[in-house]
Design a protein around this ligand. Structure first.
Ligand SMILES: Nc1ncnc2c1ncn2[C@@H]1O[C@H](COP(=O)(O)OP(=O)(O)O)[C@@H](O)[C@H]1O
Ligand SMILES: CC(=O)N[C@@H](CCC(=O)OP(=O)(O)O)C(=O)O
Length: 285
């Protein structure tokens, strides 16, 4: 690329920088999108770049595959009910340990790349208040939580001071217990509470596919009112359901745009925020 072409790329980004300057963007970084160090570096570079051009990224991370891996090493088989991990007391201990480690890994990587990352859990300053969630048929699935309240003050302060907050999906109950919450739900609730402009969910598929086995069947936009039919037709299943739910919650809470993107594509966040390329699926009001 010639120097002039390079300048052209920067100029092309200007309308987007102006549009999002000073705005908050919540990014859900899922376990399946954290597949290798090179990709992690690309994601984190995007976050640092956003911050330096005046946009406020907030990261909510998952870690499902890593939790499953550690439980396996400890001889504990994972069980899921409706996509949620059945979480007894020893499992909760492992969940907090693994998420804590991942949280600090992402934080350190941001700091190494010149950003100022601050790792938080939902327990810090009562950021995420949770209540016990029951399984689909009202069964007891242990310390699985649902978000009942977000106290965003700490995150807002940290953002204003120029830091990038990285949040792990562990909530605290009114009973003082720790609760394991699906990270998608935390991202949706956080986007709403922070009045974010955009919610981006990074995952390990191209976006929402009409046929899960055919990457060319990507739906580039789906409307909230079309979702029940997509669920009835069996298009939306498993891990995609909480993502779509969380986009809907965010939209109803005033978030302007929500996107499900392929975290395996390097710099997918930059492509979404700073270009006109319609990558992934936009869930639209
Ligand atoms: N219509 C669909 N299009 C794409 N993926 C789908 C669809 N329905 C269900 N899925 C599943 O959802 C998965 C993403 O959810 P999940 O595994 O929980 O990801 P993450 O760890 O990133 O949160 C995909 O890998 C795919 O198996
Ligand atoms: C209750 C529940 O299932 N919690 C999730 C929390 C981590 C998560 O959501 O990670 P991903 O985004 O990578 O799937 C779990 O234990 O796996």
């Amino acid at each position: 690329m010639t120097p002039l072409e390079k300048a052209g790329v920067l100029v092309e980004a200007l309308p987007y920088i102006k549009k999002f300057y000073g705005k908050t963007v919540v990014i859900k970084y899922g376990g399946h999108a954290m597949i290798n160090d090179q990709l992690k570096q690309a994601v984190v570079t995007d976050l640092v770049l956003m911050k330096f051009v005046g946009i406020h990224p907030v990261v909510v991370h998952g870690g499902g595959p890593e939790i499953t891996g550690m439980l396996k090493r400890l001889g504990i088989e994972s069980q899921f009910v409706g996509g949620l991990r059945v979480t007894d007391s020893p499992t909760m201990e492992v969940v907090e340990m693994v998420l804590g480690k991942l949280n600090k890994e992402i934080t350190s990587l941001i700091n190494r790349l010149g950003g100022r990352g601050v790792g938080l859990s939902g327990k810090d300053a009562n950021l995420i208040i949770a209540a016990k969630k029951l399984g689909g048929e009202q069964q007891d699935i242990g310390f699985v939580g649902e978000v009942t309240e977000i106290n965003p003050g700490l995150v807002e302060t940290v953002l204003k001071e120029g830091y990038i907050p990285i949040i792990s999906p562990v909530g605290v109950g009114r009973d003082g217990e720790s609760y394991n919450i699906n990270a998608d739900y935390v991202a949706g609730a956080m986007a709403k509470a922070l009045k974010a402009d955009k919610l981006i969910i990074l995952t390990d598929v191209e976006g929402i596919l009409e046929n899960r086995h055919d990457p060319s069947s990507l739906l580039s936009t789906i409307k909230v009112q079309d979702i029940p039919a997509l669920v009835d037709r069996g298009v939306l299943q498993g891990g995609m359901l909480p993502k779509v739910d969380c986009c809907v919650e965010a939209i109803r809470g005033g978030v302007n745009s929500t996107h499900i993107l392929d975290g395996r594509v390097p710099h997918s966040i930059l492509l979404e925020v700073f270009t006109d390329q319609g990558i992934g699926t936009m869930v639209a009001p």
